[in-house]
Design a protein around this ligand. Structure first.
Ligand code: HEC
Length: 209
């Protein structure tokens, strides 16, 4: 009787641990290629001398869907070269991806690696801290941080982002206006939702909220 009781406790314990490992993966069925997956590749892999259209290291341009798909086998993350190198930590050389970031790529591949875009509902009530800085972190900071500031712009903090607003640089570059370097470099254009969020924040006088 006592033994059975202990066994029951043990089984419950194992079940709880098993379930918690499952649920620690990202629980988002709506991963969007353009808004969630592409920025991970663009801001971590397409730097000068890496996997962009000009340098094409290892024959890979990871700045767009077609290029990324050369290293992906839809539905099979562990047969997808990009995922396995990121997962093992051997790429990118600059930093290790977090588990959350790896899960985004893994789940997107498992879901068939679709070329999905503009799929997130666009929330128009937001603040600098929950929308604008995260957008910079996701898309831009890989090339625009202290000690590694593309064009001299560090986009990792509010005060430094404000410096990039001068001369319409920030807006001109993300809207791909003539006379500005198109940003995110090597990565196409931000989603309509991201562009709208940025315009709204700039028009409101870029509040630090
Ligand atoms: C893959 C690296 C990379 C990414 C990602 C990237 N940038 Fe850049 N950025 C650069 C480099 C390098 C320059 C210097 C100019 C050039 O080479 O085009 C630059 C220049 C700029 C400039 C100055 C533009 C001008 O016309 O003078 C701004 C503003 C800028 N980036 C903003 C951004 C923003 C905002 C993002 C994210 C949405 C971003 N960048 C993403 C590499 C990058």
């Amino acid at each position: 009787m006592r033994f059975k009781f202990h066994l029951l406790i043990l089984i419950s314990f194992v079940a709880v641990i098993f379930l918690s490992t499952c649920t620690s993966e990202v629980a988002t069925p709506n991963i969007c290629f353009q808004e969630d997956v592409l920025p991970l590749f663009v801001s971590n892999c397409t730097q000068s001398g890496c996997h962009n259209a000009t340098d094409k290291v290892a024959e890979l341009d990871l700045g767009n869907y077609t290029g990324i798909m050369k290293s992906i086998k839809a539905n099979h993350p562990f047969q997808s070269e990009s995922f396995t190198t990121i997962n093992s930590g051997s790429m990118p050389p600059s930093r290790k991806f977090t588990k959350y970031e790896k899960d985004i790529i893994k789940h997107w591949i498992k879901a068939g690696a679709p070329n999905s875009s503009n799929c997130n509902s666009c929330d128009t009530t937001y603040t600098y801290s929950n929308r604008i800085q995260p957008m910079m972190n996701k898309w831009c900071v890989g090339c625009h941080a202290t000690g590694n500031a593309g064009g001299g712009y560090d986009l990792s903090t509010y005060d430094n982002i404000v410096l990039s607003i001068a001369n319409n640089k920030l807006n001109g570059s993300i809207q791909h206006q003539p006379g500005y370097s198109e940003m995110p470099k090597n990565g196409g254009k931000l989603s309509d939702c991201d562009l709208a969020a940025m315009s709204k924040w700039l028009n409101a006088g870029h509040p630090k909220n």
